[in-house]
Write a protein that binds this ligand. Structure first.
Ligand code: FAD
Length: 543
C-alpha cells in the first residue's frame, strides 16, 4: 500500500485473527460505531470454530460442539443474534460399556460404569464422585448468572440488584475454593485414587498438567454442550454477518507479518499497510511478540515488552490433536444405537500409563537413533490404550450427511514434536497412514464394527496441519501448555487484565490471552478487549 492510500486504510481499531475471539471483538466494536477492520489470514473465518464440507459430508475442523459456560448465549443475546441450536448430549464408554450423560442424575451411571470396570476401587470411586459433585456446585455458582461482561451495567438495575450483588459473595467464596484446586489433575487424582489405570480412565484425555478444577469441571460441562444447526461454524458465520451488518470491514486471505508499534501500523504479506488507533491481536501470541517492532517507543514500554517477550517465547503451546475424518457408507441409525454424536471412548481399561509421556519423551530425546519399528510399536500401544473423542455431526443434525451415510471425526491428543521429528525424518505421510490404519482397526475392532469395509473416504489433520492452518504455535488447540507457569493471567477474578499488553495501543484476546482457555474464554477475552478499546478510545500515544 502506498503512503497516499493510507488514509483509506486507517481504522479506529484493527483486529487481527478471525477466530472466535477476533470475531467477538470486531462484532462489539463495529456495533459501538467504531471504524473496524478484521483481518484473517485464511479464506474462511472461525479459526478453531469452523465447519467444512467434503463430498456432501459436514465436518468440524476444530471444536466439535460448544459449551455455553454462561458466556456464549449472553454474548449472542447482547448482540441480538439468533442461532438455532440443538442439545449435544455426550456418551462415555470403556470397552463395550457405554453410558449417556444427559442430566445431573446420570452421574450415578458414571459411578456405576467406573465401579463395573474397577470393582476393586469402589471407595475411591465414591470419593472421586463426591468431589465431582462439589465441583458441580461450584460450577453452578460460577455460571449461575449471565456473565456480567455481556450486561449493560449502567442501565440494567434489576440485573445489578436482583442478580449480580447477591451472587458476588458466593462467587468470591467459590473462586477461593477453585484456586485451591489449581494443581495438575494427575497429581490431584493421586491424592484420592491409588489405581493408576483408573486415574488414566478419568484423566488421560485431558492435556498434560491441566489444572484439576478445569479438567474435572468437564463432567458438568458434558451437560452444557450444544450444537448449532448446520455445524459449529454457524456461530462464527453469525458473528461475521453481524460485523458486516454493523458496518465493520472484513479482510480474508490477509496475513499480518509486521507491527510497527510506534507508528500504529500493521503490514501484511503483500506489503499493504493499515493504520490503527488501537490494535487487538486475537491470534497466536508468540507470533505477535516476534513481529512487533518497538523502535520509537518509550524506553519503559520497550523494556517491559522485551521482558514479556522473553517469557512468552520460552513457553510453548498446549498439547495438540490428531483428527481422522471418515466418510462411511452406513446409515446414521446404526451408530445412533450405540452412542450419542459426541462420545468420549476408551477401548481398553488398562490406561495409557507412561505411553504418551515418559516413553514418548525418551524416544524424542534421542530421535535420530530410534528405529522406525520402535515408533510403530509405540504407535500400536498409543492407539490401543488411548481415549478418543468421537464426533458424528449427523447424529446432532441429520441434514449434515448424504442420506444413508455417516460422517465421523475420531481424534486423540497428539504431541507436536513427534510429528516434527517424523517430518524431518521424511516419513510423515507414511506415519499418518499408519496412524489412521491403527485408529480404524481399534475403533472397528471395538465399538463400531460396521466401520470395517464401509469407509468411502478418509483424511486426517495432524498437529502440523493445525499449525499451518491457524498459525498456532506447536499446533496448540487451547493456548498455552499447562506444563510450565503460564505467561498470561490465569485467575478469573482478574480476567479483565488478561487483554493488556505492555504497549498501550495493543490488546490481546483469545486462547493465548488467558489460561486455561477454550471457546467461552476466547469469547470473553474478545469482549473484554473490545470493552477496553471502547473505554480508552482516546489514548495517549505509545511514547
Ligand atoms: C479438536 C478440538 C476440540 C476442542 N474442544 C474444545 C472444547 O470442548 N471446549 C472448548 O471450550 N474449547 C475446545 N477447543 C478449543 C477452542 O476451539 C479454541 O480454544 C478457540 O476456538 C480459540 O479461539 P481463538 O479465536 O482464540 O483462536 P483461533 O481459533 O486460533 O483463531 C485465530 C485466528 O487468527 C488467524 N491468524 C493467525 N495468525 C494470523 C496472522 N498473522 N494474520 C492474520 N490472521 C492470523 C488464524 O487463521 C485464526 O483464524 C477445541 C479445539 C479443537 C481443535
Amino acid at each position: 500500500m502506498e503512503e497516499k492510500n493510507i488514509s483509506e486504510n486507517t481504522f479506529n481499531t484493527i483486529v487481527v485473527g478471525g477466530g472466535i475471539a477476533g470475531l467477538t471483538s470486531a462484532a462489539f466494536l463495529s456495533r459501538s460505531g467504531q471504524k473496524v477492520l478484521l483481518i484473517e489470514k485464511n479464506r474462511e473465518f472461525g479459526g478453531l470454530v469452523n465447519s467444512f464440507t467434503r463430498d456432501g459430508f459436514h465436518f468440524e475442523a476444530g471444536v466439535r460442539a460448544l459449551e455455553d459456560a454462561g458466556i456464549i448465549f449472553p454474548m449472542l443475546k447482547d448482540l441480538g443474534i439468533h442461532l438455532d441450536v440443538i442439545k449435544s448430549p455426550v456418551s462415555l464408554g470403556i470397552g463395550d460399556d457405554i453410558i449417556a450423560i444427559e442430566t445431573i442424575n446420570d452421574l450415578v451411571k458414571y459411578r456405576e460404569l467406573l465401579r463395573r470396570n474397577f470393582p476393586e476401587s469402589e471407595s475411591e470411586i465414591d470419593e472421586f464422585l463426591r468431589i465431582i459433585r462439589k465441583i458441580m456446585k461450584h460450577m453452578e455458582v460460577l455460571y449461575g448468572i449471565e456473565n456480567p461482561v455481556f450486561k449493560d451495567l449502567k442501565r440494567d438495575r434489576t440485573f445489578i440488584f436482583k442478580k449480580l450483588l447477591p451472587w458476588l459473595p458466593k462467587f468470591i467464596f467459590t473462586v477461593g475454593k477453585i484456586n485451591r484446586m489449581n494443581m495438575p489433575v494427575e497429581d490431584y487424582l493421586k491424592t484420592i485414587i491409588k489405581n493408576p489405570a483408573l486415574r488414566d480412565m478419568i484423566s488421560q484425555h485431558f492435556f498434560k498438567n491441566t489444572p484439576a478444577f478445569f479438567a474435572l469441571s468437564y463432567f458438568s460441562l458434558y451437560m452444557d454442550y450444544f450444537y448449532p444447526k448446520g455445524g459449529v461454524g454457524k456461530l462464527s458465520e453469525a458473528l461475521k454477518n453481524k460485523i458486516s451488518e454493523c458496518g465493520g470491514e472484513i479482510k480474508a486471505e490477509t496475513k499480518i507479518i509486521e507491527v510497527l508499534a510506534d507508528k500504529c501500523l500493521v503490514r501484511d504479506a503483500n506489503n499493504s499497510i493499515y493504520k490503527y488507533d488501537n490494535l487487538i491481536w486475537a491470534a497466536d501470541l508468540k507470533t505477535l511478540y516476534k513481529i512487533v517492532k518497538t523502535e520509537g517507543l518509550a524506553p519503559k514500554i520497550k523494556e517491559k515488552f522485551e521482558e514479556t517477550k522473553t517469557t512468552m517465547l520460552k513457553n510453548r503451546g498446549s498439547d495438540s490433536i490428531f483428527s481422522l475424518f471418515l466418510e462411511v457408507d452406513v446409515p446414521l441409525e446404526s451408530f445412533k444405537k450405540i452412542a450419542h454424536g459426541h462420545f468420549f471412548y476408551t477401548p481398553s481399561k488398562s490406561g495409557l500409563g507412561e505411553t504418551h509421556r515418559k516413553e514418548l519423551y525418551e524416544m524424542l530425546g534421542n530421535f535420530e537413533k530410534v528405529e522406525k519399528e520402535r515408533i510403530i510399536t509405540w504407535l500400536d500401544k498409543f492407539t490401543k490404550l488411548n481415549t478418543y473423542e468421537i464426533s458424528i455431526p449427523g447424529l446432532k443434525d441429520p441434514e449434515l450427511v448424504p442420506p444413508g451415510k455417516t460422517g465421523m471425526i475420531i481424534s486423540l491428543l497428539a504431541e507436536y514434536n513427534l510429528f516434527i521429528e517424523i517430518q524431518k525424518a521424511g516419513w510423515l505421510n507414511e506415519f499418518t497412514t499408519e496412524m489412521e490404519n491403527r485408529i480404524i482397526n481399534v475403533i472397528s475392532g471395538s465399538i463400531y464394527p460396521m466401520l470395517k469395509n464401509n469407509i468411502i473416504a478418509r483424511f486426517s489433520f495432524t498437529p502440523l496441519s493445525i499449525e499451518n492452518r491457524i498459525g498456532s504455535s506447536e499446533g496448540a488447540i487451547v493456548g498455552w501448555s499447562f506444563q510450565k507457569t503460564m505467561p498470561v493471567v490465569n485467575k478469573i477474578q482478574i480476567s479483565d487484565r488478561s487483554v493488556l499488553t505492555p504497549i498501550p495501543s495493543i490488546y490481546q484476546a483469545g486462547q493465548w490471552a488467558y489460561s486455561p482457555a477454550g471457546v467461552p474464554m476466547s469469547i470473553l477475552t474478545g469482549k473484554l478487549a473490545a470493552d477496553k478499546v471502547i473505554k480508552n478510545k482516546i489514548r495517549t500515544p505509545n511514547k
